[in-house]
Ligand binder design. Structure first.
Ligand code: 4AD
Ligand code: MG
Length: 445
């Protein structure tokens, strides 16, 4: 009997008879020849059926198969450098086919569909080659993240999803009932990571986080995955040095392992090849000055309007986009105004209006992919910051305690998985990076 193989390993079976269990992506026929594009989840290949070889009955059956019919194909693997597929360059000379289900009227056809229609059919859209490629890249990015942190001696410690208090501002909390109390879905695992590092040194959490973002931008999801490394005895400079090595590793590993998928997505891979440490580091003050200069120089009245900003304001996406156009690598912007950042950031020495925060902005208009900072290590300053943000003190008592029992300088950051996938894949909207995205106007399917 022919061994059952995965299409991604087809190169190992040239000259052998094999069986592939999959689905029909599409088909064309020309006279006595029929080309079946087959997918099995691991790849895509071409099946070639020649009427005199397979017989009239099977040939007619194959001609009648609709897109996404499920079928088991047996045949001989051959090299053919013109054969499309992933991997390309191989085909299978069809000898026998078992049809499990012949499908008619599959809703997603090779013609163009509107994105809302595709999102309504997300459960099926995932089978399309582009969506398939994006998810393959996503899984590799996740693996690269974990491998890097494991190799650096980090412990993966899980943090709770049900939390009693805000960590990243009160305007994006999802509230839920917790028996007789109010609770919230976690916006971040960071505060718990800060407890964990005092026990374990270097930790990370990696899981879903939730923001009730009332924004419809192409960068925001209501549920997204974030990896959050946190390190004891680590300052802002240590943090930037670590982040640039981390990003270089993720991008270069993904490029090495998923080049074919990135090419299928028509990603300009030369832009990714340039993602090597070190990355430029500019202060918020310098960023404001650069944006003012860009604004001064432009003749485009709309852009001039969009780039209006004063010291103390947070950047919007037009600011980030124009600023990052000046670089071919991600750029660190550090030292944001305290007023635009979360309550827990260490103040800049001698400049209390500035904090030791750092965002990493991706090139090509992808904007912020990392947010991080050195954390406040003084208990009294922390209590004052909690008050200033009008947060209740009781649920943070344990967090303040950390500053009373062996407080040390420490830092950490969060990398948004979906934004990273969007950037590496070069796709314009974050919703395609999540298998079943949750956005302001959608949680279905
Ligand atoms: O900058 P943020 O809000 O930082 C934190 O949550 C920190 N507690 C992380 C830490 O220091 N441990 O979020 C971090 C990253 C952003 O840079 C972005 O990549 C992603 O998480 N992110 C989102 N991604 C998709 N949809 C959203 N609504 C996102 N909000 C943040
Ligand atoms: Mg941020």
């Amino acid at each position: 009997m022919a061994p059952q193989i995965s299409i991604e390993n087809i190169a190992d079976y040239v000259g052998q008879n094999v069986t592939i269990k999959g689905w029909l992506y599409n088909s064309t026929h020309k006279g006595k020849l029929m080309f079946l594009r087959l997918r099995d989840g691991s790849g895509m290949t071409q099946g070639v059926a020649f009427r005199p070889d397979v017989g009239d009955e099977l040939f007619e059956t194959l001609k009648g198969l609709g897109q996404e019919s499920s079928l088991i194909v047996t045949g001989l693997v051959k090299e053919n450098n013109r054969a499309p597929g992933l991997p390309s360059g191989y085909e299978i000379g069809v000898e026998a086919v078992e049809v499990l289900q012949n499908v008619s009227d599959y809703p997603i056809t090779p013609k163009e569909h509107g994105v809302e229609f595709l999102m309504d059919n997300r459960h099926l859209w995932l089978r399309s080659s582009q969506q398939w490629a994006i998810m393959r890249v996503r899984t590799t990015i996740k693996r690269a993240i974990i491998d890097f942190l494991d190799n650096e001696g980090f412990l993966n410690i899980d943090t709770p999803i049900i939390t009693p208090a805000a960590a990243e501002g009160t305007s994006t909390l999802f509230e839920l009932g917790y028996f007789d109390e109010k609770a919230y879905l976690a916006q971040t695992g960071q505060l718990y990571n800060e407890a964990n590092i005092m026990a374990f040194g270097k930790v990370y959490c990696f899981g879903p986080t939730f923001r009730a973002e009332k924004s419809k931008t192409r960068r925001h999801l209501a549920e997204f995955w974030m990896v959050e490394p946190e390190m004891a005895y680590f300052d802002l400079d240590d943090l930037m040095g670590f982040e640039e090595r981390f990003i270089e590793y993720i991008v270069q590993t993904t490029l090495a392992k998923r080049r074919a998928e990135l090419e299928l997505l028509e990603r300009d891979v030369t832009a990714l090849e340039k993602i090597k440490a070190p990355f430029p580091r500019i202060s918020y003050d310098e960023a404001i000055a650069r944006i003012a200069a860009i604004r001064e120089a432009t003749d485009d009245p709309e852009l001039k309007e969009q780039l209006a900003i004063e010291w103390g304001d947070d950047f919007g996406s037009p600011h980030e986009t124009e600023l990052t156009k000046q670089f071919d690598r991600p750029v660190f912007v550090y030292g944001y105004p305290t007023q635009v950042k979360a309550f827990y950031m260490e103040p800049w020495p001698g400049r209390p209006e500035v904090c030791k925060s750092v965002d990493l902005l991706a090139p090509e208009g992808y904007g912020e992919i990392i947010g991080g900072s050195e954390r406040m290590s003084d208990p009294d300053l922390l209590v004052a910051a909690i008050e200033k943000h009008q947060l209740p003190q009781a649920p943070y008592q344990w967090y303040i305690d950390l500053r009373r029992f062996g407080s040390v300088p420490h830092s950490g950051f969060g990398l948004g998985l979906e934004r990273t996938v969007a950037w590496i894949c070069g796709i314009d909207h974050i919703r395609q990076t999540s298998p079943f995205p949750r956005t302001l106007n959608r949680m279905n399917p």
